[in-house]
Design a protein around this ligand. Structure first.
Ligand SMILES: NC(=O)c1ccc[n+]([C@@H]2O[C@H](COP(=O)([O-])OP(=O)(O)OC[C@H]3O[C@@H](n4cnc5c(N)ncnc54)[C@H](OP(=O)(O)O)[C@@H]3O)[C@@H](O)[C@H]2O)c1
Length: 268
């Protein structure tokens, strides 16, 4: 698994991370949340993204990490309109994850001016490593760009896959110019893109790039953009983690292979 440096503080992260939206709770329902996190860490998927928006996911993650907390890079979020609740969310996360959150993000830019000041103070006290911001919607990218330009955040988290490419217009060029870390949400289009798969013959040209499955092609497509640092694919199944992790090693796609994957994705 390749590692890339996130943000100006240059925190090294594996390029394939794990998302927890809906899927960690699903794993817990089938009694597999500890196995999921153990297997992810063993596969090199040490960057794990969560949020107070994801139901019980933060607590389940803390429970599953157990004594392995130091091996993981935790990307958590603050998600509330209320300053008091934002501070309480941070305090809960600090408690769950052994006294420090590696990356604390402002989820969907909710109440970002208030939360940003609070997170900067927390960083000064050593409770937070990097500070980031996320948004899922292109309609908010203007506001996200404004926040990026303040120079007060280290990372952004945005959607990027062959059918969701709005970030190519302004967000990725700006992140590159400012030296911000870029995490990708929805590399598999929330699962929509993997529902119908290309045939083995259609995937064959990608084999020299270590790609044998469609999910790997999609994850590698995002990671082959040099402005991107990590891709957060979510799964509830430990058995899928090795497959997803394998998409995080070179060789990376060039423009031709990226165009080919894009054609396959938009043809279905
Ligand atoms: N605003 C925000 O901050 C925001 C918004 C959206 C997402 N996020 C973050 O980004 C993460 C990823 O986004 P996402 O969860 O929306 O979507 P995603 O990672 O694009 O897709 C997840 C779906 O792909 C399936 N999947 C995963 N690996 C697979 C494989 N190898 N083969 C076939 N199917 C596979 C999963 O199903 P199975 O469980 O059945 O494998 C799941 O249904 C989230 O979990 C969250 O942490 C943040």
């Amino acid at each position: 698994m390749e590692n890339r440096s996130l943000g100006r503080q240059r925190v090294s992260v594996p390029v394939v991370g794990l998302g927890t939206w809906q899927r960690l709770e699903a794993a817990a329902t089938s009694g597999q949340h500890r196995e999921l996190i153990d297997t992810a860490i063993a596969a090199g998927i040490r960057l794990i993204d969560t949020s107070p928006m994801y139901g019980d996911a933060e607590r389940l993650l803390a429970d599953a990490l157990g004594g392995q907390r130091d091996q993981a890079v935790i990307a958590d979020k603050v998600w509330t309109q209320s300053s008091e609740e934002g501070a309480a969310q941070l305090a809960r996360a600090v408690d769950w994850y052994g006294g420090r959150i590696d990356l604390m993000q402002i989820h969907n830019l909710v109440a970002w001016p208030a939360h940003l000041a609070m997170l900067e103070a927390a960083r000064d006290r050593g409770l937070v490593g990097l500070i980031g911001a996320t948004h899922y919607s292109a309609a908010a990218f203007g506001e996200l760009a404004e926040l990026m330009a303040t120079g007060r955040i280290d990372t952004i988290q945005v959607p990027y896959n062959p059918v969701q490419r709005e970030v190519e217009r302004t967000i990725l060029p700006l992140a590159d110019e400012l030296g911000l870390g870029v995490l990708l949400m929805r590399p598999l289009g929330e699962g929509y893109l993997v529902r119908r798969q290309p045939s083995p013959a259609e995937l064959a040209p990608l084999r020299p790039f270590g790609v044998t499955t469609w999910a790997q092609a999609l994850i590698k497509w995002g990671l082959s953009d040099p402005r991107v640092h990590a891709s957060l694919a979510a799964t509830a199944y430990p058995g899928r983690l090795q497959e997803n992790a394998a998409a995080g090693s070179p060789p990376w796609f060039g423009p031709e292979e990226r165009a080919y994957v894009l054609r396959l994705a938009t043809a279905r």
